[in-house]
Design a protein around this ligand. Structure first.
Ligand SMILES: Nc1ncnc2c1ncn2[C@@H]1O[C@H](COP(=O)(O)OP(=O)(O)OP(=O)(O)O)[C@@H](O)[C@H]1O
Length: 350
């Protein structure tokens, strides 16, 4: 069955002006999002994950702009799609933001009003985005609270954000996002501020809501470990570029880009007993300068000569899997897979 495309991004290029200099944050990324899937975007801090996705909501800061490419949203009533990069007026963004594409941030407090009860905040979203009256909105608020796993909704309705724990606040934020009735939910590091058991619960909740509301989810995280149980596909970003994309199985069991190997090797589960946790040596390149060759080459112990000279194209590994590395060129020397991949294949990591 043909999957419905919700978002089609082509060669997206995003820049910022900072003290008279240009920072090239997103360097020509193309990717599609399909109905009902969870697409994880992973990469170190600064790789451009947030900037890339915030551009779908018109939320780039004032010194940033889309310098090229396109992002077409196909989830709305208009079959021919909406070119998001062409939207200029705030009044047009309001039609998209929340209602078509909603976003959940890392810190729930930034999205909640501390002076209003959580019930009234969820209700406000319902009244704004759904054609229902007050009584129905109250009923629906209770349902959403139950949907996100908040017990005793009647009591919780009247409480303020400070009366909730961090995990419960994130559940409220998710309820508000769902109440806007979006087609796409972008979750930007939704569990980073939470402890590990709560993280797992929030991820389970997102999985459940994706099914119930037929949402397409973009999950942004710097932690590949988080995506193993929830993502259908994984895109790996490095220095403003997408270096590899594949199904979750392909990225974990058959990763091809040395940066993906490094990310996998730095998972806490990958550490051997008694050895230090592996951290990727070096730092990402400056995004102010133009990048020659493969941006990861200076940090890649297996880099080839050509990596420092010419940017690799994408090489297709399967119809769903491609990676931007010269190692996939038929002329490249065969390099052994890192031990972490062997370990994952033997079932020793998850
Ligand atoms: N308003 C801005 N002005 C200048 N540079 C910016 C601005 N916003 C983001 N950047 C830069 O764009 C690059 C990408 O940032 P982005 O926040 O998307 O990274 P990220 O991968 O989401 O990292 P993190 O996980 O830390 O949020 C970084 O180098 C960042 O410093």
């Amino acid at each position: 069955m043909e999957r419905k495309k919700m978002l089609e991004v082509k060669d997206l290029d995003i820049r910022f002006e900072l003290r008279g200099k240009i920072l090239h944050a997103v360097r020509g990324i193309s990717l599609d999002l399909y109905k009902g899937e969870v697409l994880a975007i992973v990469g170190e801090s600064g790789s451009g994950k947030s900037v890339f996705t915030r551009s779908f909501l018109g939320l780039l800061e004032k010194n940033g702009w889309v310098a090229g490419g396109s992002a077409v949203y196909y989830g709305g009533n208009d079959e021919s799609g909406v070119e998001l990069t062409a939207i200029e007026r705030e009044k047009d963004w309001i039609k998209i933001r929340g209602h078509e594409i909603a976003m959940i941030m890392q810190d729930p407090m930034t999205s909640l009003n501390p002076l209003r009860t959580i019930g009234s905040q969820i209700m406000e979203a319902i009244l704004l985005h759904q054609k229902v009256g007050r009584m129905d909105a109250i009923k629906k608020t209770m349902e959403y609270l139950e949907d996100v796993g908040i017990e005793e909704p009647e009591k919780r309705f009247e409480q303020y954000p400070h009366e909730f724990s961090g995990g419960m606040r994130q559940r409220v934020v998710i309820a508000i996002a769902i109440a806007c009735n979006p087609r796409i939910l972008i979750c930007d590091e939704p569990t980073t501020a939470l402890d590990v058991t709560i993280q797992a619960q929030i991820l389970d909740l997102l999985k459940e809501l994706r099914r119930k509301y037929k949402l397409s989810v973009i999950l942004i995280t710097h932690d590949l470990g988080v995506v193993a149980n929830i993502a259908d596909r994984v895109a790996v970003m490095y220095a403003g570029d997408m270096v590899e994309i594949g199904t979750c199985e392909e990225i974990f069991y058959d990763p091809r880009h040395p940066y993906t190997w490094a990310l996998l090797s730095s998972l806490p589960q990958a550490g051997q007993k008694g050895t230090e946790l592996f951290s990727i040596p070096g730092t990402p390149p400056s995004l102010f300068a133009s990048i020659q060759g493969d941006a990861f080459a200076p940090r890649n112990p297996r880099a080839l000569k050509i990596d420092f000279v010419k940017c690799p194209p994408y090489f297709e590994v399967s119809p769903t899997h491609k990676a931007k590395t010269w190692l996939l060129d038929p002329r490249a020397p065969k390099v052994p897979l890192p031990p972490v991949v062997e370990k994952i294949r033997k079932g020793g990591l998850f």
